[in-house]
Design a protein around this ligand. Structure first.
Ligand SMILES: Cc1ncc(C[n+]2csc(CCOP(=O)(O)OP(=O)(O)O)c2C)c(N)n1
Length: 688
């Protein structure tokens, strides 16, 4: 069903009003509306009136209109980079689309997304995403969320044929089939990826085979024939709605335009095949619609086409004029700035934590691990909207240890064991988060989490920005950092610096046990994605538990854990423990070290550290990770940027980091590779 605008819609006065009332004529009118809108965009591109890449859907209208005609209003739609058709078919928001292409503040993503990031959740269109691997996983997450909440909603995701060449495709199909998600995958197979034919990219088998191999019912159909698309979609949706499992449609079609832009005869530097274009033009979806439907009265449909074309063209002229009159995005306004500046928390007053929301003070004499276990149990029990998904959650060892005590109680309700699919699991977490749940995705190692880098950096960290602030991603990615134990170079990497580089992603790395509880709660109730680093070498730490009642949930920066005036020492994760122990020894030697736990790596606020260096004139930053382009260097840089305000000259500044090599697998080499408290003491003494 087409979306019916309600009174709250922003662009109501600019709606296209359909003339046709019979379903067939209306479908025809919709296809023409899509065609004419894309043609207008093509000419606006040519005249330079709109900016940036546009992947036009000319020639592929029957797929979007056919599929979306079979949906209910409340069903959710995602699409990829070539998403204009699906956007219009689901929302009828042509003003929002054209404004977005014109980078106007009135755009559906407020001018921050452009052609490839369109969103209008109020009308059931959740998003297009320019990275090919984006929409499929987020759609699976929304579908998972709707299944858990029991809304009976179907999620549809439009993908291109090249996605079958990407790992995420197979991971998401596997995940969706396993959890029997109510999702319809629509592969618009137009035979090309940029200028490369499908036969040069994939072996001779059907894309449908890939879905069937995952036990997903699938149909391949003529995507240029509206009636065939509707027939296939109806059949698949019937299965999906009754059986609650995923279904797959391959719609064979052809794009009449080039990959991007307005020159139809060219595709990324090569001429397109004229015979092929001619062949497909004869099978144009609008031509086919008239032919199939003419009942020997082609004349009637051609007349209707002329009338509708006139009406649509007038509407588009008016709409583009309205768009031109709107102001462009404010060049000085960046949502990203506020993203990296502070934590924004959702209303949490209904969630009862003990003894208060932030800062559990009853955790004395417990280890880091015990505090972590207690905190996650408290969160899960207090809030049914919090979900944990990830590898190893059902195992009481390693990654699942934090939920082992209560796993059975919440298994399949709030805690889910997942396949070994880092990218899909993270993508599903993103979908759950944008659906409105509080998702915690957990990864057993940083090393494995690299397979989800795309989802974390390209999707989770960007969606709020690219949607012009319209979509929030309240996702926690909990990663376990585990070193040593002979695990070697692919199971021991501390990659916190790499992730701290990314705006839009907050990075928490608590060390002090009390903070573990507090920061986990802040992470879960932050409206933006947070990487929460669980440092396994701290799990048994219980000998230092100062209360901190004044933690600022909006700006939880570094924390001073030991006061002193002779040298400033900064620890990061596990090294905070070593620095603290070193400070106790230094005290006995008459040196008063001021020790900080950096705690929050992004946003990084070094103000307290700067103040300390003003007094001590000496700083040592200790990071059990690589030196080059690392957080330790960033802390020193921030201190030096404030040098002018440092009264006493800073005559000693050092970093203690790991050697620039992979972690060894041999125990003997490990004890040389990882430094201990004594090495910190030696470094400190160089400053005296
Ligand atoms: C992960 C990723 N790799 C590469 C690209 C660059 N890219 C954008 S569109 C495209 C072709 C996609 O082809 P297909 O999926 O068949 O969709 P079509 O463009 O034909 O509609 C490519 C390679 C990208 N956006 N994302």
């Amino acid at each position: 069903m087409f979306f019916k605008p309600n009174v709250e819609d922003e662009n109501m006065g600019l709606e296209y009003k359909f003339s046709c009332t019979s379903p067939l004529e209306k479908a025809f009118e919709k296809m023409l509306l899509l065609r004419k809108t894309e043609s207008l965009i093509e000419s606006l591109l040519e005249s330079g009136k709109i900016y940036g890449p546009c992947h036009l859907g000319l020639g592929q209208e029957a797929v979007s209109v056919g599929v979306i005609d079979c949906l209910q209003n409340e069903d959710a739609v995602f699409a990829g980079h070539r998403g204009h058709n699906a956007y219009i078919a689901k929302t009828n928001d042509i003003f929002g689309l054209l404004s977005e292409l014109g980078r106007k503040a009135s755009g559906c993503s407020r001018g921050y997304g452009g052609s490839t990031f369109l969103t209008n959740k109020a009308r059931g269109f959740w998003g297009t995403m320019p990275i090919l691997s984006g929409p499929i996983g987020a759609a699976a997450g929304v579908s998972f969320g709707s299944k858990l909440i029991g809304r009976g909603q179907i999620t549809v995701v439009f993908i291109g044929d090249s996605l079958a060449e990407q790992g995420i495709f197979h991971e998401v199909l596997n995940f969706s089939s396993l959890y029997r998600l109510p999702i319809l995958f629509v592969c618009e197979n137009n035979g090309y990826s940029c200028n490369v034919k499908i036969n040069d990219r994939q072996p001779a088998r059907s894309i449908v085979d890939l879905a069937e191999a995952q036990k997903i019912p699938a149909i391949s159909t003529d995507g240029n024939n509206y009636f065939e698309v509707v027939k296939a979609t109806d059949r698949l949706l019937e299965i999906c709605r009754s059986d609650d499992g995923p279904v797959f449609l391959e719609a064979k079609t052809f794009r009449q335009s080039s990959h991007t832009g307005f020159v139809r005869s060219k595709d990324i530097g090569v001429e397109r095949d004229c015979d092929e274009i001619k062949y497909w033009n004869a099978r144009d979806p609008i031509v086919q619609f008239k032919k199939v439907n003419c009942f020997n009265d082609l004349h009637y449909w051609e007349n209707l086409e002329v009338k509708l074309t006139y009406k649509i063209s007038n509407f588009l002229d008016r709409t583009w004029k309205a768009v031109e009159s709107k102001s462009e995005v404010d060049p000085k306004e960046f949502y990203g700035k506020s993203l990296s500046d502070k934590v924004e928390l959702s209303s949490i007053e209904n969630i009862k934590f003990r003894p208060e929301v932030f800062g559990n003070l009853d955790k004395k004499n417990h280890t880091y691990l015990e505090v972590l276990q207690d905190a996650i149990q408290e969160i899960i029990q207090a809030d049914p909207k919090v979900l944990i998904i990830g590898q190893g959650q059902s195992s009481p060892w390693d990654s699942g240890k934090w939920v082992a005590k209560f796993f059975k109680e919440f298994d399949g309700r709030q805690i889910f064991e997942t396949p070994v699919s880092e990218a899909a699991t993270t993508a599903v977490g993103i979908g759950l988060a944008i659906y409105g749940l509080r998702a915690i995705v957990t990864h057993p190692r940083f090393d494995f989490m690299l397979l989800a880098m795309d989802q974390i950096v390209n999707q989770a960290a960007k969606i709020h920005f690219m949607s012009g602030g319209k979509i929030r991603v309240p996702l926690v990615v909990r990663v376990q950092l585990y070193r040593g134990n002979g695990q070697g170079a692919q199971h021991s990497q501390s990659l916190h610096s790499m992730f701290s580089h990314v705006p839009g992603l907050k990075v928490f790395m608590p060390a002090v046990p009390t903070d573990v509880s507090t920061l986990l709660k802040i992470a879960v109730y932050s409206d933006d994605p947070v990487l929460f680093i669980d440092d396994k070498w701290l799990h048994d730490w219980n000998n230092f538990m100062p209360d901190q009642t004044d933690i600022d949930p909006i700006n939880p920066g570094p924390r001073c854990i030991c006061e002193g005036t002779d040298i400033t020492i900064v620890g990061i994760g596990y090294t905070t423990r070593l620095c603290y122990e070193a400070a106790l020894e230094l005290k006995a030697m008459g040196i008063q070290a001021e020790v900080f736990d950096l705690r929050v790596l992004n946003p990084l606020d070094c103000q307290l550290i700067v103040e300390s260096v003003k007094v001590t004139g000496k700083i040592l930053v200790v990071d059990m990770a690589w030196r080059n382009c690392g957080v330790a260097g960033e802390v020193l840089a921030q201190v030096f940027e404030h040098m002018s305000s440092i009264q006493k000259p800073c005559f000693y500044s050092r970093r203690l980091t790991l050697p620039s090599t992979g972690a060894p697998a041999s125990g003997v080499q490990e004890s040389d590779f990882y430094f201990d408290r004594k090495v910190i003491l030696e470094e400190v003494m160089k400053g005296f």
